[in-house]
Ligand binder design. Structure first.
Ligand code: IPE
Ligand code: IPE
Ligand code: MG
Ligand code: MG
Ligand code: MG
Length: 280
C-alpha cells in the first residue's frame, strides 16, 4: 500500500507547488490503511489471486485517496477543527485552509482518474465508479458528514439518527472498499450484496470503536474532542460496555454476511477482528 501511495504521489503530485506538497503530505501521513487492505482481502475472497492483485491496486489507491480527502476536510476549522491527525499536524495547520480545501478536492478528483486508468477494462471502471460515487455523495459519506454536523450540540436525537450518521459517513465507504475489491476480482453480480452487507456492518462497528477511542491517548488525534465539542456518539446513547458489545455483535453479523466465501474470506475476517481490537 505504501509503495503504491508513493507512486501516486510521483505521478499526480510531482512538483514543489504547495498543492502538490499538501497532497503528498496527506497521503504519506501514517494511517492504518484499513480500506486498501479491505480491498485486497475482498479481492481474494471473491476469487482473485496474486496474479490479479495489481488490478486491485487501482481501487485500493482510489479509496485511500477518497478517505484521505474526507479526513482533510473533516479536520477543517469549519467542520471538526482538529490540529492533529495520524500524529502529525493536520493539512490546514501544516499549510493553510485554502490549500487544505483544494487538497481534498484534488484527492477526490484524482481518485476517479485512478479508477478509470487506461489499462483497466472500461466496464470494470464504470462499475467501480458507480459504486464508489454512490457511497460518498448525497446518499453516502458527504450526506453523513452533514448530519454529523447538524446533530452536534443538539438534543432530541434517537439511536436511529446516530445509526444513520455512522452508516452514511463511515460504513458506506468501507462497504465500497469491500465491493470494489470483489469487483476487481471479477465477482459475479449476485455475490456483490454480500460484500456490501459485510462492509456496512463492519463499517458501523468501526465507527463505534472510533467513538470509543476518542477519549483515549495515543491515537494520533486530539483526546476527548467529541465530548468537548458536543458530538453525538454511541457514548451519548449507552454505557461504554454496551457500545463494545454492540460493535462485537455487528462484527459477528459481518462475518455471517461473507460465510459463503469460506476459507477464501480468511483475511477479511482477520482484518475485521483486528479492527475491533485496535487501539488507534
Ligand atoms: C478515521 O478513519 C475516520 C473515520 C471514518 C472513523 P481511520 O481510523 O481509518 O483513519 P486512518 O486512516 O487510520 O488515519
Ligand atoms: C469522520 O468521523 C468520518 C469521515 C471523515 C467521513 P470522525 O470525525 O469521528 O473521524 P475522526 O475521529 O476525526 O478521525
Ligand atoms: Mg467528523
Ligand atoms: Mg473528526
Ligand atoms: Mg472520531
Amino acid at each position: 500500500v505504501e509503495t503504491c501511495l508513493q507512486a501516486i504521489g510521483r505521478e499526480y503530485y510531482p512538483t514543489d507547488a504547495r498543492l502538490h506538497q499538501a497532497c503528498r503530505y496527506a497521503l504519506a501521513t501514517p494511517g492504518k490503511r484499513i480500506r486498501p487492505l479491505l480491498v485486497y482481502a475482498a479481492h481474494l475472497a471473491a476469487g482473485g489471486d496474486t496474479a490479479t492483485q495489481t488490478i486491485a491496486d487501482k481501487p485500493a489507491m482510489a479509496i485511500e485517496m477518497v478517505h484521505t480527502y474526507s479526513l482533510v476536510h473533516d479536520d477543517l476549522p469549519t467542520m471538526d477543527n482538529d490540529d492533529w491527525r495520524r500524529g502529525r499536524a493536520t493539512v490546514h495547520r501544516e499549510f493553510d485552509e485554502a490549500i487544505a480545501l483544494l487538497a481534498g478536492d484534488t484527492l477526490l478528483s484524482d481518485a476517479f482518474a485512478v479508477l478509470t486508468a487506461e489499462d483497466l477494462p472500461g466496464d470494470l471502471s464504470a462499475r467501480m465508479v458507480r459504486e464508489l460515487a454512490g457511497a460518498i455523495g448525497g446518499q453516502g459519506m458527504a450526506y453523513g458528514q452533514s448530519l454529523d454536523l447538524w446533530w452536534t450540540n443538539r438534543d432530541g436525537y434517537q439511536q436511529v439518527d446516530l445509526d444513520q450518521i455512522h452508516h452514511l459517513k463511515t460504513a458506506c465507504l468501507i462497504a465500497a472498499a469491500s465491493t470494489l475489491g470483489a469487483l476487481s476480482a471479477g465477482a459475479a453480480p449476485d455475490s456483490l450484496p454480500a460484500f456490501r452487507q459485510f462492509g456496512w456492518r463492519l463499517g458501523l462497528a468501526f465507527q463505534i470503536v472510533d467513538d470509543l477511542l476518542d477519549d483515549q491517548a495515543g491515537t494520533g488525534k486530539s483526546q476527548g474532542k467529541d465530548q468537548a465539542q458536543g458530538k453525538l456518539t454511541y457514548l451519548s446513547l449507552m454505557p461504554r460496555h454496551e457500545a463494545e458489545q454492540l460493535a462485537k455483535r455487528l462484527t459477528d453479523s459481518a462475518f455471517n454476511a461473507i460465510r459463503v466465501f469460506g476459507e477464501r474470506a480468511g483475511l477479511l475476517r482477520e482484518l475485521a477482528t483486528n479492527l475491533l481490537q485496535r487501539d488507534k
